[in-house]
Each structure stands twice: as structure tokens, then as C-alpha cells.
Ligand binder design. Structure first.
Ligand code: IMP
Length: 423
């Protein structure tokens, strides 16, 4: 296999970090292609906990080159902080092991301010991470965004920021009534950051093209999950990028090639942070139990994650929407030892029973139908799994029609069983 994509198949936080880290070890290049520092990948190595938000997980392996593709929205200040944290863990970032597309869109102070003001004062609360992700993608789509390469020329940067500020200024002054820096001040701040980032900035499109021609092994590291995709997700409660497999083609560049394997990372239950409908959400002690045992707090914002049973109609949909070829079932240990276990196998929706969600379905109006599963209490110390857990896995596989290639049952690199070969 030459290329593998790792995609969150639910609402993010499925445990992509650990699996990306393990499979990244077998790759030459690890690529981020969408989102920004709204992501949070936690990786436990020995007694060290490393949380990466923007920098690809490949940096943890000395033989890997990590790439931040042009589809990523890039916060230069957050990058500098993260680079320092990574350096403190003993990992030295150089222009050889980290390459950032000069064409990345920059998250400016204005974008972060707008995100925060809308969440605090706007009519619809999405529950964003407050990192300026949405407003930066808006700037990009409306063709007035700032690109990384603009940070290297103060005159160009100032002119672009002046133009960028015109509409926003009207909102800051008249609607949100908040303070904001002048275009000149913001240009100076970004220009100074740009000087430090310039050594990493490059044409990643050609680098990836060359890597593919040289038969290098590539891993595309997705952030968030398919249900947060701007087109496929539970709109408007989504992020602003294409978190599904399609985002790779526009956000990284994969000239004329296809991806050999698309691995969907799936929690054995479901979680969500932020607002938005969640059909299998549990509001009782069981939900509380899963939240506590699973340590379900956001890696980026520290918010409590909402918890519920595994939702197979949503999973069947994300398999189709992101062309998943296998899944990794993670955090299985959290369900072990519980005295009730259910999965949602269908919805009642608009007078019909359906077993697969679809774009635009109103998830707040579906009635989930549950199947009671036999409880399992594996301690994962032996090579085999209990019959009850095997049955749970089989139920999932039969429903989504692709294999469960990985079982993960704890945060450590070693707490994983491969049922399929990747690379
Ligand atoms: P934004 O990406 O900050 O604009 O947030 C939009 C929605 O996506 C909110 O519901 C966030 O909670 C959610 N979100 C963004 N990034 C992540 C993530 O890495 N994990 C889980 N949810 C996320």
C-alpha cells in the first residue's frame, strides 16, 4: 500500500492521534490537509503526553517528513507555541522534517475576534473552538484571505489586510462594538511571525507530487470527523472544511492518484462537543459513566464531551460519504464491564424506518431504534477477545459492510490489536 488516509468517522475525537502515530511510523510522509489548530491529537509515549493541534503527528518519527498542505488554515502564533512545546519534548523541527505550504490561509487576529464575537453575541451558537477557523475559510472562499506567502512582504501584507479589514471593521464597530488592531498593527505582528516561519514555507504540492513519483509511503492525517464536514456533516453544526476524504484532493494535492486505503476511526460509542443534534445522546447515569471512564474532555478546549451509544445509521453514512475501506474501533475498554450495552441500528424518520443517514437529514427529528447487545468484560490481556466482544464487532462489520481492521483499548501505543495489515 502506498497511501493511507485516516479519517474521523463520527464527530471528531475518535482517537485518531494514536493510530496516526502508530501507522505514521511506517510512512515516509504524513500530511495534514484541512482544518487548523481546532484539532487536538493526544499521543502518549511512555510517561509523556504530547498534544498536537496543527503540526502533523509524523514529527514524532525522525524518518518522517510532515507536511501542512494548502487546505489547512494556519495560525502562525499557535504554530510558534506548538513548535516550542514539541521542541521541549526533544523533537527538533527543521525545514527537512516539516514543510508548510506557502499557500495556506492565515488565521488573522480579526478571524479569531469574529469567531469569538459571533459565538458570544450572534443569533446561532455553534459551539466553535474559538480558533477563528470559520471566518478564515470564509475569507478564503470570498477571495480576500491572507496566504502564508503574504507574510514575507510587509507592503503586500499591509495592503491585503487593509482591504480585508474594510467589511470586518463595519462589524467590529457597529455590530459587535469591540476593539480591534489596525491593519498596520496586525501586519507588523504577522510579518514578525512570518520571519520565523519562512524557513518551513515551501511548495508542498510539488513535494508531494515528487514523493508519490518516488513511491514513498504517504499518510493523510484527517482532523475532526465526517459528521463535522461542511458538506456531509450535520450542518450548520459543523466545522468549515471538508473533513471527509474529498478534502485530501483539494487540500493537499494528489495529482492523478487515488488513495489505497481510507481508514475510518470510530469510537465504540459516540461523542460530540459543541452544539447540534445527537440522536443517541445519553442524558442519564450511563452517559455520565461513559464520559467519566472515557475521560471525555476536549483536547483543545477542555469542554465536556456529550456521550451516547454507537450510532450505526450515521456510521453507515460516513462509510459511504468518505469512501472508508475499513475502520478502527477505539476506546472499546470503556464499554468493557458495563451491565447494559446498546447500539442504534435504525431511525424512524418522517414515517419511515431508515438504516442510513444522508446529507441534510434533520437529526433532531429522528427516533433512534436500539438493539441490546450482550455485555463483554474483556481485560485485553490475552491475544483473543471474548465471544461477546467478537459478536459486537461482527454486528458492526455486517452493518457497515467493511472490516474492523483495528481494535484500540487504551491510550498507550501498545494497547491495540491489528486484525488487518496496513503497510
Ligand atoms: P470550529 O471548527 O472551531 O469552527 O468549530 C465548529 C464545530 O466543530 C464545533 O461544534 C466544534 O466543537 C467542532 N470541532 C472542531 N474541531 C473539533 C475537534 O477536533 N474535535 C471535535 N469537535 C471539533
Amino acid at each position: 500500500m502506498q497511501s493511507l488516509a485516516i479519517i474521523g468517522s463520527q464527530w471528531g475525537d475518535e482517537g485518531k492521534g494514536k493510530i496516526t502515530d502508530l501507522l505514521g511510523a511506517k510512512c515516509d510522509v504524513v500530511v495534514r490537509y484541512q482544518g487548523g489548530n481546532n484539532a487536538g491529537h493526544t499521543i502518549i509515549v511512555g510517561d509523556k503526553k504530547i498534544v498536537l493541534h496543527l503540526i502533523p503527528s509524523g514529527v514524532l518519527h525522525s524518518h518522517c517528513t510532515s507536511v501542512i498542505g494548502h487546505g489547512v488554515v494556519f495560525d502562525p502564533e499557535a504554530f510558534m507555541v506548538e513548535m516550542e512545546n514539541v521542541s521541549n519534548s526533544g523533537i527538533n523541527l527543521t525545514s527537512e522534517n516539516l514543510k508548510i505550504s506557502s499557500n495556506c490561509s492565515i488565521i488573522t487576529y480579526y478571524n479569531k475576534l469574529l469567531d469569538g464575537q459571533r459565538e458570544a453575541k450572534g443569533p446561532v451558537k455553534i459551539g466553535t473552538t474559538g480558533k477563528g477557523i470559520g471566518p478564515t475559510y470564509e475569507d478564503k472562499i470570498s477571495r480576500k484571505g491572507i496566504k502564508l506567502r503574504d507574510l514575507f512582504d510587509l507592503d503586500i501584507l499591509t495592503t491585503k489586510l487593509e482591504a480585508n479589514l474594510i467589511e470586518k471593521e463595519a462589524l467590529f464597530k457597529n455590530l459587535y462594538r469591540c476593539d480591534y488592531p489596525s491593519a498596520q498593527e496586525e501586519a507588523k505582528r504577522l510579518y514578525e511571525l512570518g520571519k520565523k516561519i519562512k524557513p518551513f514555507a515551501t511548495d508542498t504540492f510539488s513535494f508531494l507530487d515528487q514523493s508519490i513519483r518516488e513511491n514513498k509511503k504517504l499518510l493523510y492525517e484527517g482532523a475532526q470527523g465526517v459528521l463535522l464536514d461542511i458538506d456531509y456533516g450535520s450542518y450548520p453544526f459543523v466545522t468549515s472544511s471538508n473533513t471527509s476524504c474529498g478534502g485530501i484532493y483539494t487540500g493537499a494535492g494528489l495529482p492523478g492518484k487515488s488513495i489505497s486505503e481510507v481508514l475510518g476511526i470510530t469510537k465504540a460509542y459516540t461523542t460530540r462537543v459543541g452544539e447540534g443534534p445527537f440522536p443517541t445522546e445519553l442524558f442519564d447515569d450511563v452517559g455520565e459513566f461513559i464520559q467519566t471512564k472515557g475521560g471525555e474532555f476536549g483536547a483543545t478546549t477542555g469542554r465536556k464531551r456529550r456521550c451516547g451509544w454507537l450510532d450505526l445509521p450515521l456510521l453507515k453514512y460516513t462509510v459511504k460519504a468518505s469512501n472508508l475501506t475499513s475502520i478502527a474501533l477505539t476506546k472499546v475498554d470503556v464499554l468493557s464491564g458495563m451491565d447494559t450495552l446498546k447500539v442504534c441500528y435504525a431511525y424512524e424518520y418522517e414515517g419511515e424506518t431508515i438504516d442510513c443517514a444522508y446529507p441534510g437529514i434533520d437529526l433532531s427529528k429522528v427516533k433512534p431504534l436500539y438493539k441490546k447487545m450482550k455485555c463483554f468484560s474483556d481485560d485485553f490481556k490475552s491475544d483473543t477477545l471474548s465471544k461477546e466482544l467478537e459478536d459486537y464487532i461482527k454486528e458492526v462489520e455486517q452493518f457497515i459492510e467493511i472490516p474492523v481492521g483495528i481494535i484500540a483499548y487504551g491510550p498507550e501505543r501498545s494497547e491495540i490489536k491489528f486484525r488487518k495489515d496496513y503497510f
